[in-house]
Design a protein around this ligand. Structure first.
Ligand code: 13P
Length: 261
């Protein structure tokens, strides 16, 4: 198993700034065994960065795409157009769901489009504060997984990554408790197992996102069933991001040694 460290830059940094920042990351981000690092810059920066990054050090992730491959869809970018530029695509990020009112149907079609084009979807799910207060977390997670992965083939599920990002924890400094994260991850694995079989539930990569920073990365990476981090704000600070990659490498090493015993 690998661990994933993905930095979501959201709508920050212009093309020039992105290039300067990647030059900094290039100096600082360590290459760790079995740690997959990716950054999700603005769409504008994907092309120049694809020529600049050291592909052994990090990969590129798009923040979104449209689900049709081509056609009269002004302003949109398709997964087909991302081929060769990005390897991963975020789908259904909470800001897409809640700021842009993206519907379950669009999200599901996007997951399929990304897979159809040979890229890896990072399906983002998570409950709002209100849903959490109402005790609906389990229900929301199950629904978002069932809907987002509907029509994904059992031969494709191995190429899907899930990111659990509770909406109330995003950009708030309010990280979920380890026990809450572990509980959510358990629910996700059970739902994937229900849809695709036990092995798929066990093997699917699940990331946590929501106010992750250098100081809380280790316990989250050590949480039962967590395979990596999806980082927003802290991914724009080079020492924070590179520090988290290093921690992931350490945790991976510790876990591998423990398993070997
Ligand atoms: P923050 O790390 O800034 O809370 O953002 C999380 C996120 O939305 C990553 O996709």
């Amino acid at each position: 198993m690998k661990k994933f460290i993905i930095g979501n830059w959201k709508m920050n940094l212009n093309v020039h700034e992105s290039s300067l920042f990647v030059a900094k990351l290039n100096q600082e981000v360590p290459i760790e065994k079995d740690i997959e690092v990716a950054i999700a810059p603005s769409l504008l920066a994907l092309q120049p960065l694809s020529l600049q990054i050291d592909h052994k050090q990090m990969k590129l992730c798009a923040q979104d795409c449209y689900w049709r491959d081509s056609g009269a869809f002004t302003g949109e970018i398709s997964a087909t157009q991302l081929r060769g530029l990005a390897q991963y695509v975020l789908v259904g990020h909470s800001e897409r769901r809640h700021v842009f009112d993206e519907r379950d149907r669009d999200i599901r079609f996007k997951v399929q489009a990304v897979l159809r084009n040979g890229l890896t979807p990072v399906l983002c799910i998570g409950e709002t504060q209100m849903e959490r207060k109402d005790g609906d977390t389990e229900h929301v997670i199950n629904d978002q997984i069932a809907s987002g992965l509907l029509n994904v083939g059992s031969d494709q599920i191995g190429d899907v990554i899930i990111a659990y990002e509770p909406v109330w924890a995003i950009g708030t400094g309010d990280t979920a408790q380890i026990s809450d994260i572990e509980q959510a991850v358990k629910i996700i694995r059970a739902q994937v197992a229900h849809m695709f079989g036990k092995e798929a539930g066990k093997n699917i990569a699940i990331l946590y996102g929501g106010s992750v920073k250098l100081t809380n990365a280790r316990p989250i990476l050590c949480a039962e069933g967590v395979d990596g981090l999806l980082i927003g704000g802290a991914s724009l600070i080079a020492p924070e991001f590179s520090g988290m990659v290093k921690i992931a490498g350490e945790v991976m090493k510790e876990q591998t040694e423990k398993e070997a015993k």
